[in-house]
Design a protein around this ligand. Structure first.
Ligand code: ADP
Ligand code: MG
Length: 334
């Protein structure tokens, strides 16, 4: 479209995962948002899944950094390095610079938005544009965002949960809370430390969440116990324990309730017409956190609205960001 051979790309710069969509190709890259650096030289040791496997396991000479926190850039230089690596990898060539669309959580400040645009330019974009994450998620989930009908999307990522109602191509009401996958992991670490005197790492907590966590304490009674390893706080030695799924469900209840409150508040702010549309079409969940066991049922019970998980929930934001590249043409003319 702009320059032969150069694809324009859409980037879902997530707290947990970075996903790149190339125009005409679809999703070309999915990697964790993690960078491992040499602490002495500042040199990058690895980026992506290799770097993620190093979290909690690095010697003094290496540090594994997650440069995005709570949906925004926490470490600018590392974010630039990571984006540069992913943009180059996604394009697979160095001729011409792409136009890049990046998503940001709804409710970020102008300064935070500016930082994303600057970082994307420094990382190699000819120019960069931002799109609000819940809007991208809704496009990616296939919701009729341009129609005169209300849709509701809840994107539960690593750092933020973004809730929005959308109609006629715009966000009608939204909430972005810093309560999502990472806070669920933290809650598990905290619970196991308090109740089992065992210190576990964030990767172990995340694995435990994927294996047995449930949004419903009641439904968790049907799930099997799980074996976990960590460091005994009393003896200081490694230890293996069995943890009940009910305990994991209890551990994460507070975070689940915060997410439900954000959904209710967003619903309360909409017009009666949009609320009625949402009751008709249901709430659509996207993001990795949408895959938490029994979450649709629990949200549906609390809101009295049907709840569905989008197909490919982890990819929705990237797909929506990529599809909105088409509007760059329009934006450039403004
Ligand atoms: P982000 O957009 O912030 O990068 P993602 O949408 O990629 O986040 O989702 C990542 C989050 O989803 C992580 O916190 C991860 O632990 C969580 N997640 C992934 N799979 C599951 C699952 N099966 N159950 C619960 N949480 C999950
Ligand atoms: Mg996301």
């Amino acid at each position: 479209m702009f320059g032969i051979g150069t694809k324009n790309i859409g980037i879902d710069l997530g707290t947990a995962n970075t996903i790149v969509y190339a125009e005409g190709k679809g999703i070309v890259l999915r990697e964790p948002s993690v960078v491992a650096k040499n602490t002495k030289t500042g040199e990058i040791v690895s980026v992506g899944s290799e770097a993620r496997d190093m979290i909690g396991r690095t010697p003094a000479s290496i540090v594994a950094i997650r440069p995005m926190k709570d949906g925004v850039i926490a470490d600018y230089d590392t974010t630039v390095a990571m984006m540069k690596y992913y943009i180059d990898k996604a394009l697979g060539h160095k001729t011409g610079k792409p136009y890049v669309m990046v998503c940001v959580p709804s409710g970020v400040t102008e300064v935070e938005k500016r930082a994303v645009i600057d970082a994307t330019r420094v990382a190699g974009a000819r120019d960069a544009y931002v799109i609000e994450e819940p809007f991208a998620a809704a496009i990616g989930a296939g919701l009729p965002v341009m129609d005169p009908t209300g849709s509701m999307v809840v994107d539960i990522g690593g750092g933020t949960t973004d809730v929005a109602t959308i109609s006629l191509g715009g966000i009608v009401s939204s909430r972005s809370i810093r309560m999502a996958g990472d806070k669920i992991d933290d809650a598990i670490v905290y619970y196991v430390r308090q109740h089992n005197n065992l210190l576990i790492g964030e990767r172990t907590a995340e694995q435990l969440k994927m294996d047995v966590a449930s949004a419903s304490v009641e439904a968790a009674k049907e799930l099997d116990n799980q074996t976990i390893r960590g460091r005994d706080l009393v003896s200081g030695l490694p230890k293996t324990i069995e943890i009940e799924a009910v305990d994991v469900a209890k551990a994460i209840q507070e975070v689940i309730q915060e997410i439900i409150s954000a959904i209710k508040e967003t619903l309360e702010e909409t017009s009666p017409e949009i609320a009625a549309d949402v009751i008709d079409h249901g709430i659509v969940l996207t993001g990795g956190g949408a895959q938490l066991r029994h979450l649709p049922e629990v949200i549906s019970d609390a809101t009295k609205v049907p709840v569905f998980i989008a197909s490919e929930p982890l990819d929705c934001v990237a797909i929506g960001t990529g599809e909105s590249l088409k509007s760059i043409d329009v934006m450039k003319k403004k």
